[in-house]
Design a protein. Structure first.
Length: 144
């Protein structure tokens, strides 16, 4: 197929600055997912190997052993990191999967608040940004 060149004197369409901003947000969300996934894997390994790494909470409604939390963080971290790599490659499946995994990570970090409150709040905020960036991205913004 041959591409038609634009008419002489025609100006190329100017992309909407909001589209560029959202596209940059998706790239940043992919990087955050990749880095956050790797850190969740390390968080999970710390919980599995060194069970006493986290402070034990007395009576907490959601009682799961710290080794169990380690496995949860490890699995979610691997999935989030792989999906983040897919987001950076521009895979459509990764965007939808990323929204679901960031939501799952958000809930997991909320439940993990008593064990690591500052880190959990930071990760919750990053998960909210990732969800927004991936949900705000439109196919019309692609190619900008």
């Amino acid at each position: 197929m041959s591409q038609q060149s634009p008419p002489v004197g025609a100006t190329p369409p100017v992309p909407d600055p909001a589209d560029r901003w959202v596209t940059g947000g998706v790239a940043f969300a992919g990087v955050l997912m990749l880095c956050g996934g790797v850190l969740a894997v390390l968080q999970g390994i710390a919980g599995i190997v060194e069970d006493d790494w986290y402070v034990r909470v007395g009576d907490y409604m959601y009682r799961i052993s710290l080794t169990g939390w380690g496995w949860i963080h490890l699995v979610i971290g691997v999935l989030v990191a792989c999906t983040g790599a897919g987001v950076l490659k521009g895979a459509e499946w990764a965007r939808i999967t990323g929204i679901l995994l960031a939501s799952l990570s958000l809930v997991t970090q909320f439940l993990f608040l008593p064990y690591s409150p500052i880190w959990s709040v930071i990760m919750i905020a990053l998960d909210v940004f990732v969800i927004w960036a991936l949900a705000a991205y439109r196919t019309s913004a692609r190619g900008v």
